[in-house]
Design a protein around this ligand. Structure first.
Ligand code: AMP
Length: 192
C-alpha cells in the first residue's frame, strides 16, 4: 500500500497536487478541509461547529477532526492507499493516524512537504479568495492567523516524520507542473 501525506502551509498547493496524485497512484484522497466545507454547505451539526473555528483561522478541535477522519477511513475499497491532505495538523492527530493505520496493518509511506515562503502564501490565498467562496481566503487577518497556527502547531510534524525517516521536502516556488514532476519522482524513487 502507498499512504501519502501531503503537507505544508495553507496556500502551498496541497489541494492542487493532491488531485494529480490521487489519479496517478489511485489513492483515496482525504482532505479534512474539504470534508469540513462539505459539512458546512450541508449545515450538518459537524459543519456548524467546525465553522466557528474555520472562520477565525483556528484549528477545529482534535477530537472532532480525528473522529471525522477515522470514519472516512473506513471505506477504502479498491484504492492503492490513502492520500491525507490537511491532516494531521497536530501531534495528537499524527499519533491517532498512526493508530488508525496500525489497526489496518498499514503505515504512512511518505510525508511530502511543499515549502513556500509566507509572502507568496498570502498572495496566493488572497488571489484564490477572489474566485472562490472560501471566506477564510478573503481576509488577510484570517490568512495570517492560519499561517501562524501552521507555524506554531503544525510545522513541528516535519520533525515527527523525519524521526521516522519519512519526511521529504519540495520547493513549491515553481510551476504547478514542475512541482508535480518533483513529487512524482520522489514517490517513484521511493517505490523502487
Ligand atoms: P484547509 O482546506 O486544509 O486549508 O483547511 C481549512 C480549515 O479547516 C483550516 O483552517 C482549519 O480551520 C480546518 N481544518 C482542516 N483540517 C484540519 C485539521 N486536520 N485539524 C484541525 N482543523 C482543520
Amino acid at each position: 500500500m502507498l499512504n501519502i501525506l501531503i503537507f505544508g502551509p495553507p496556500g502551498c498547493g496541497k489541494g492542487t497536487q493532491s488531485e494529480f496524485l490521487a489519479i496517478q497512484y489511485n489513492l483515496k484522497h482525504l482532505s479534512t478541509g474539504d470534508i469540513f466545507r462539505e459539512n458546512i454547505k450541508n449545515k450538518t451539526d459537524l459543519g456548524i461547529e467546525a465553522k466557528t473555528y474555520i472562520d477565525q483561522g483556528q484549528l477545529v478541535p482534535d477530537f472532532i477532526t480525528i473522529n471525522m477522519l477515522g470514519e472516512k477511513m473506513q471505506s477504502k475499497s479498491d484504492f492503492n492507499g490513502f492520500l491525507f491532505d490537511g491532516f494531521p495538523r497536530t501531534i495528537k492527530q499524527a499519533e491517532s493516524l498512526d493508530d488508525f493505520l496500525f489497526k489496518m496493518n498499514q503505515e504512512i509511506s511518505m510525508m511530502i512537504c511543499i515549502e513556500v515562503p509566507k509572502e507568496e502564501l498570502v498572495k496566493r490565498l488572497l488571489k484564490r479568495g477572489k474566485s472562490s467562496d472560501r471566506a477564510d481566503d478573503q481576509n488577510k487577518e484570517i490568512i495570517l492567523s492560519r499561517i501562524k497556527v501552521y507555524k506554531e502547531q503544525t510545522e513541528i510534524l516535519k520533525e515527527y516524520y523525519d524521526q521516522k525517516n519519512k519526511f521529504f521536502n519540495i520547493d513549491g516556488m515553481s510551476t504547478i507542473d514542475d512541482v508535480k514532476q518533483k513529487i512524482f519522482s520522489l514517490i517513484n524513487n521511493h517505490q523502487k
